[in-house]
Design a protein around this ligand. Structure first.
Ligand SMILES: [Mg+2]
Length: 123
């Protein structure tokens, strides 16, 4: 089976570089955006299996990007990767909105994230 196609949306350039290197080196087709609006365009264009999404970004936040994506095409699985912490309230809200999973930033294990991406793509 082909490796999942990924779009990553995050305003933090260092994080985006790290994610792009990690998945790119492992043969994944990954495209990245540092703004939600650009990310939505990329999702339309690339039709990814999985979207890796930041929550807090200039312009539109990840939760709004999630609802826009879900109204466009509910098939890509959205995995949040965020440092935002309010005791789990936002996490619960995002999962209820249709997010597939939620990871805390900084990521403690890229391998765990990779596993989640593969699981999401098969779900
Ligand atoms: Mg951010």
């Amino acid at each position: 089976m082909a490796k999942p196609r990924i779009v990553a949306i995050d305003d933090e350039a260092e994080f985006i570089d790290m994610i792009q290197n990690y998945f790119g080196l492992r043969g994944y087709d990954i495209a990245v955006a540092i703004r939600g609006t650009k990310g939505i365009e990329l999702v339309k264009e690339k039709k990814p299996d999985v979207v890796l999404m930041d929550l807090k970004m200039p312009g539109i936040d990840g939760d709004e990007v999630l609802s826009l994506l879900k109204s466009m095409d509910p098939s890509p699985k959205v995995i949040f990767v965020t440092a935002y912490d309010d005791g789990g309230k936002t996490k619960a809200r995002l999962l209820k909105m249709g997010a597939y999973a939620y990871f805390d930033k900084p990521i403690s294990s890229l391998r765990d994230l990779e596993e989640a991406v593969n699981k999401a793509a098969q779900a």
